[in-house]
Design a protein around this ligand. Structure first.
Ligand SMILES: Cc1cc2nc3c(=O)[nH]c(=O)nc-3n(C[C@H](O)[C@H](O)[C@H](O)COP(=O)(O)OP(=O)(O)OC[C@H]3O[C@@H](n4cnc5c(N)ncnc54)[C@H](O)[C@@H]3O)c2cc1C
Length: 314
């Protein structure tokens, strides 16, 4: 059994590690922070192909992930399928709708649209609540024989020395590790609120004015912002006001009870980096999943495992 080291313990690292274990590899994980301190632990997280490229792959990966989530549903692990309204315009990329099977997506009727929305799809989509799903994945990784080392790596060279194969799932951390000029932050601020009677929806049609609501088991996530190249990880009260004002424009509900303001930096790239390193040929890069890490991670992980199984045979 060949061994592989996965660097990173966010959604991309955890799904990669488990897929590799399922394919028969012995896997260890090395990360600067445990899963509960990662960006992945802070977010929604709904299946929604937002701000991720390239198009050919990002049609395929979410579809693979969608079917994987259908098998992931388990009491208490945070995975569920919920109805979700997604706004679109004639200019929107709606390829994702053709990836879902019949009965999983349809056009919304006018009376179903949130206030101010012109056109939308209603679909059944996976929700993976990170504070439940990430510990569940980590425990599975350990039960499958994995082990975890908390350690920060300083360079790609150091990473390459870890094992015969190393999977780089360091998210935005790859910017310095790989001197990657293409990788940059897209700042998102979201509000965790008390539950309310309001449908889950996303309106990504206005650039710089992303608006969404995600109903979770015990709270409600209201978003958000999508600021390119903004490294500010502190809460901005002006953004909180902006998010609440946008919600008021699309819903007649009362102002939600605010529980927490959350800020995260999406690891944004012109395309997800999913390839072997041209210099350190034992390192495979799997980072830059932008605003859709939860939407595509299982898809990438399953393709990665197939790829390494094939390589092993040569
Ligand atoms: C506000 C907001 C809302 C979002 N909502 C959604 C959503 O609803 N649905 C969705 O699909 N996506 C959503 N996203 C995007 C999603 O959160 C990211 O795409 C995803 O979390 C990226 O996961 P990752 O595992 O690549 O990175 P991370 O979770 O950042 O994990 C990176 C790992 O690498 C480790 N690491 C980094 N550098 C080093 C180093 N030098 N040495 C060792 N270890 C290192 C870190 O410690 C960590 O363990 C949202 C993002 C934001 C900001």
């Amino acid at each position: 059994m060949k061994s592989v080291t996965v660097v990173g313990s966010g959604i991309v690292g955890l799904t990669s590690a488990i897929s590799l274990q399922e394919a028969g590899f012995r896997v260890r994980m090395v990360a600067k922070e445990r899963f509960d301190r990662t960006l992945s632990n802070k977010v929604g997280a709904i299946w929604f192909p937002f701000e991720i490229h390239p198009k050919e792959k990002t049609n395929h990966w979410p579809t693979l992930a969608y079917t994987r989530y259908e098998r992931e549903i388990q009491e208490g692990n945070g995975v569920a399928f919920i109805p979700f309204i997604t706004a679109y315009t004639p200019e929107s990329n709606i390829d994702w709708t053709s990836q879902l099977s019949d009965g999983k997506v349809r056009k919304a009727r006018p009376e179903e649209l949130p206030k101010g929305m012109q056109m939308a799809f209603i679909s059944e989509v996976p929700l993976a609540e990170p504070h439940l799903y990430l510990p569940h994945l980590f425990e599975r990784f350990i039960t499958n024989g994995g082990n975890f080392e908390k350690r920060e790596l300083a360079s790609l060279k150091e990473m390459a020395g870890l094992d015969s194969w190393v999977i780089n799932c360091t998210g935005l951390g790859a910017k310095t590790l790989c001197n990657d000029d293409d990788l940059h932050p897209m700042r998102g601020q979201i509000l965790r609120c008390e539950k309310m009677d309001i449908p889950s929806f996303a309106d990504p049609t206005k650039r710089g004015a992303l608006s969404y609501v995600i109903n979770r088991s015990e709270d409600l996530i209201i978003g958000g912002t999508d600021y390119e190249n903004d490294w500010n990880e502190r809460e901005d009260p002006a953004d909180t006001t902006l998010i609440l004002n946008r919600l008021a424009q699309s819903s007649s509900s009362k102002t939600p009870g605010l529980l927490e303001v959350i800020v995260g930096l999406r690891p944004r790239r012109s395309a997800v980096r999913f390839e072997f390193d041209p210099v350190f040929s034992t390192v495979f890069h799997n980072y830059g999943h932008g605003g859709a890490g939860f939407t595509v991670a299982w898809g990438c992980a399953m393709e990665l495992a197939d790829l390494l199984v094939k390589r092993q045979k040569h």
